[in-house]
Design a protein around this ligand. Structure first.
Ligand SMILES: *[C@@H]1O[C@H](CO)[C@@H](O)[C@H](O)[C@H]1NC(C)=O
Ligand SMILES: *[C@@H]1O[C@H](CO)[C@@H](O)[C@H](O)[C@H]1NC(C)=O
Ligand SMILES: *[C@@H]1O[C@H](CO)[C@@H](O)[C@H](O)[C@H]1NC(C)=O
Ligand SMILES: *[C@@H]1O[C@H](CO)[C@@H](O)[C@H](O)[C@H]1NC(C)=O
Ligand SMILES: *[C@@H]1O[C@H](CO)[C@@H](O)[C@H](O)[C@H]1NC(C)=O
Ligand SMILES: *[C@@H]1O[C@H](CO)[C@@H](O)[C@H](O)[C@H]1NC(C)=O
Ligand SMILES: *[C@@H]1O[C@H](CO)[C@@H](O)[C@H](O)[C@H]1NC(C)=O
Ligand SMILES: *[C@@H]1O[C@H](CO)[C@@H](O)[C@H](O)[C@H]1NC(C)=O
Ligand SMILES: *[C@@H]1O[C@H](CO)[C@@H](O)[C@H](O)[C@H]1NC(C)=O
Ligand SMILES: *[C@@H]1O[C@H](CO)[C@@H](O)[C@H](O)[C@H]1NC(C)=O
Ligand SMILES: *[C@@H]1O[C@H](CO)[C@@H](O)[C@H](O)[C@H]1NC(C)=O
Ligand SMILES: *[C@@H]1O[C@H](CO)[C@@H](O)[C@H](O)[C@H]1NC(C)=O
Length: 681
């Protein structure tokens, strides 16, 4: 194993350090360090924003060892103690050091030095030209064999493992492994296409099992389709699924009596004063619970892995895997859906020269994620969820009582919506009287949200699940005394399994038999920006605001991984913060449904705008999460041509969903679109 230590070692003692310039700019004058940083005594690391550029080290700290930097942060690590956070990227020290090129850096450095002859500047200059490289190793050949995993049912899929360093910058952190799966190319093999289904925390093995054949078709059979359980996922990859409790029972007891188990009850657009008061009454207890949860996660068996499960490491895994399977320095082909697009936008910008054929479908907004607190903003996730709901209600009304029972006796969209809102109101009122009711309004909202992902299931949902909900809520409403033994609910609702199975980007509860998974939280929160002063009340206020302004139906859903982020105990060792507008070696496709409940169309537009000439937008005129949610011969043909011949449409392209695809009896996508008002419901 050969590697260069990633960081300069600073010969102690130093008493003062000048930092600051990023992207070739020198800041004058340097600002004094924040006062709380002046008196460092026992801190192992000190993170300072680049604006805070002059750090005076207290006499007791003379063992500064390493400097890390990224586009937006500089971090100092002190002797013997591990870094809690490490700033990003490849070019890290070049960025600290005043220039993209050595020449530029030198001249800027000299200029700076001439204005301020400070010895510690020279100290930095040594660092400036310490070229950093991550360690590389010749990976052993990958031997494919039969899959032992219960997630794999397709006998054509082969499995293997791939060793990874836990930390690409620190071999001392040890190694892990990825569980791999692939479908062989059926034509003359041109390489691999790597696939990530999203989540975060979705299993690549399961996704390959269910979507592999489709992906083979779309790519013409010329590529092996390869996926893997990323860090933090499943029981085969190491680090595997993140657990913080020994059992589901322990989890339930820990959160007994809180919204974590019961969800949030509200009606309309969350304007009712009592609803708000009740939510607020949980603020301090939930904040304590989440802090305690963080401690449990950190001290539990997954704790030592929390900092290694982030997206940057997963991107490096992808590239290392491509090196091993397709040869070093070859272009990397990748299809990412949902959260897989965040991996994708990090990948193409971290390794622009390695970009081969890439399709990103159902886009998570990388800029918002890199710059905003997703716990407060919701990360632009559900922006269009109510529009999809309007699509559902419109389709139901168009189909009428013959095709959609929710429309019974109702002819208009407004009436169908009113039926659903009445059901929510009744469930809400019942849950207010007895919080232990089998079906709360929060449960119904979760179930509806999960339906928004797949329009192909709308008719079945309206025919079978919805009437059961009506029945269950009816029983709750007519039951006056909580002494009456509860009837078993027709549907198990407390943990909607539809949500757990699906890539929701929002709520994920994987493998309940093994306990409650915190993989999604670990990945979202490990990579999210720091939010030290955010209180639970702020998170709640964001929820109320989104219920009023963004999504009346789904704004108040709880829990969601992203709300744990202010209280999460660690950040990932590497977080990519941009830029997201690099020029790529190959043009990529960015695809989106017009109305996607979890990844709004605007995100795709934003990513394409960022990538300029390097990306082309394909819009699918329909509903659901990612274009895979509905069949489109047009979208498939574009993907096929791109993967097989390299040909792309000349400009942004709009595809229809196939006309024969019925969402309700006699109602196809274009019929719904033609009748939507989007979304004044
Ligand atoms: C499958 O099981 C065998 C025997 O237990 C083991 O040697 C092999 O590594 C396993 N392979 C995979 C891909 O899980
Ligand atoms: C997959 O392809 C490899 C290499 O071409 C070949 O050795 C192997 O037998 C194939 N496996 C299956 C299941 O088709
Ligand atoms: C969870 O398991 C660990 C290790 O087995 C044990 O030390 C701990 O006490 C358990 N916690 C609870 C609450 O049962
Ligand atoms: C939750 O609390 C209630 C009353 O406070 C108690 O009766 C119940 O046993 C608790 N449930 C669990 C799982 O601890
Ligand atoms: C891969 O590319 C890098 C940078 O262009 C180059 O330094 C390296 O030698 C290449 N490695 C191989 C094996 O071609
Ligand atoms: C529909 O109308 C019928 C007959 O008027 C009535 O019995 C039934 O309760 C109505 N259903 C709904 C859901 O309003
Ligand atoms: C739902 O019920 C309607 C009316 O009976 C029927 O036409 C339709 O096929 C059903 N949908 C599904 C998916 O079974
Ligand atoms: C779920 O967890 C159980 C218990 O750890 C394990 O036996 C099972 O294989 C897991 N299922 C999946 C799909 O990972
Ligand atoms: C709703 O959005 C408007 C305009 O963006 C904003 O001014 C207002 O404060 C928001 N309301 C809430 C409750 O957040
Ligand atoms: C919230 O709902 C009320 C009552 O339906 C309505 O009057 C109000 O305009 C809604 N507010 C927003 C911001 O949509
Ligand atoms: C990328 O974005 C940055 C910051 O927004 C901007 O300064 C830079 O000019 C952009 N680069 C390209 C190639 O567009
Ligand atoms: C789709 O719906 C439109 C509008 O109702 C209709 O004109 C068209 O014939 C439908 N297509 C199919 C294949 O059913």
């Amino acid at each position: 194993m050969h590697w260069d230590r990633l960081i300069g070692v600073i010969p102690a003692p130093v008493t003062s350090l000048w930092l600051g310039p990023v992207h070739g700019q020198v800041y004058y004058p340097y600002l004094p360090c924040a006062s709380n940083l002046r008196n460092l005594t026992s801190l192992d690391t000190c993170m300072i924003d680049t604006e805070i550029s002059h750090l005076v080290l207290s006499p007791s700290i003379r063992t500064l060892r390493r400097v890390y930097s990224s586009a937006d942060r500089v971090m100092l690590a002190f002797d013997q103690l591990e870094c809690v956070e490490r700033a990003t990227v490849l070019e890290r020290l070049d960025i600290v050091c005043f220039g993209e090129t050595e020449k530029e850096a030198k001249s800027m450095l000299e200029e700076t030095a001439s204005r301020r002859s400070n010895p510690s500047l020279l100290l930095l200059s040594l660092l400036a030209f310490t070229h950093v490289s991550i360690f590389t190793r010749a990976s052993p050949p990958i031997h494919w064999g039969p899959c032992n995993s219960s997630s794999i049912t397709n006998p054509a899929i082969l499995c293997s493992f791939f060793e990874i360093p836990l930390d690409y910058y620190d071999p001392e952190a040890g190694t892990g492994r990825l569980a791999l799966a692939k479908l062989n190319a059926t034509q003359e093999r041109r390489g691999s296409v790597f696939f990530n289904p999203g989540g975060p925390g979705g299993s690549g093995l399961e996704a390959l099992d269910s979507n592999g054949e489709t992906l083979l078709e779309v790519t013409g059979g010329f590529y092996d389709i390869v996926s893997w359980d990323p860090r933090g996922v499943g029981s085969l990859t190491i680090p595997g699924e993140i657990f913080c409790f020994n059992s589901t029972e322990e989890h339930d007891a820990f959160f007994n009596g809180t919204i974590e188990l019961a969800g949030i009850e509200y009606t309309g657009n969350f304007t009712d004063a009592t609803d708000i008061e009740i939510l607020y009454s949980q603020a301090s207890i939930m904040q304590q619970k989440y802090k305690k949860l963080g401690e449990k996660c950190l001290s539990g068996p997954s704790g030592k892995y929390l900092r290694y499960v982030g997206a940057a490491a997963t991107v490096r895994d992808l590239v290392a895997l491509a090196d091993a399977l397709d040869g070093p320095n070859q272009s990397v082909n990748y299809i990412g859906t949902s959260y897989g697009t965040l991996l994708g936008s990090w990948f193409v910008n971290m390794f622009p020269e390695r970009v081969g054929k890439v399709i990103l479908d159902g886009v998570v907004d990388p800029i918002t994620f890199a710059t905003k607190q997703i716990s407060l903003s919701g990360g632009n996730i559900i922006t269009d969820a109510d529009k999809v709901y309007e699509g559902f209600v419109t389709g139901c009304a168009l189909s009428g009582s013959q095709g959609c029972p929710i429309a019974s006796n109702a002819s208009s969209v407004e009436e169908v919506d009113k039926n659903i809102q009445s059901l929510l109101q009744a469930a809400h009122d019942a849950a207010r009287k007895d919080p232990s009711v089998a079906v709360s309004s929060s449960d119904i909202r979760s179930l509806f949200l999960s339906q928004m992902y797949s329009p192909g299931g709308w008719s079945t949902f309206a025919n079978s699940t919805y009437p059961q909900l009506v029945q269950a809520v009816g029983q709750e409403t007519h039951k006056n005394s909580s002494l009456v033994p509860r009837e078993p609910s027709p549907i198990s609702m407390k943990r909607p399994s539809a949500l757990g199975r699906r890539d929701t980007s929002f709520v994920r509860r994987a493998n309940q038999s093994a306990g409650v998974s915190y993989t999604s939280s670990a990945i979202w929160c490990g990579d999210s920006i720091d939010q030290p002063t955010t209180a639970m009340l702020d998170v709640f206020n964001g929820i109320i605001a989104r219920s009023r302004n963004v999504s009346r139906m789904y704004g108040g859903l709880w829990p969601a991984a992203i709300y744990k982020c202010p209280f999460w105990p660690v950040r990932s060792v590497e977080r990519y913060r941009g830029p997201f507008n690099k020029t790529l070696a190959n043009k990529i496709i960015v695809a989106s449904n017009l109305f996607d409940p979890a990844t709004p169309f605007a995100n795709a537009q934003k990513l394409v705008d960022l990538l300029g000439q390097s990306a082309i937008l394909v819009t699918q005129n329909g509903f659901g999460h990612t274009t895979f949610a509905a069949p489109s011969t047009c979208a498939n043909a574009i993907a096929y041509a791109y993967m097989v011949t390299g040909k792309l449409p000349d400009g942004p392209t709009v595809c229809d969903v196939d006309a024969g695809f019925e969402l309700f009896q006699g109602v196809n996508t274009s019929a719904i679109l033609a009748n939507m008002h989007v979304s004044g419901l």
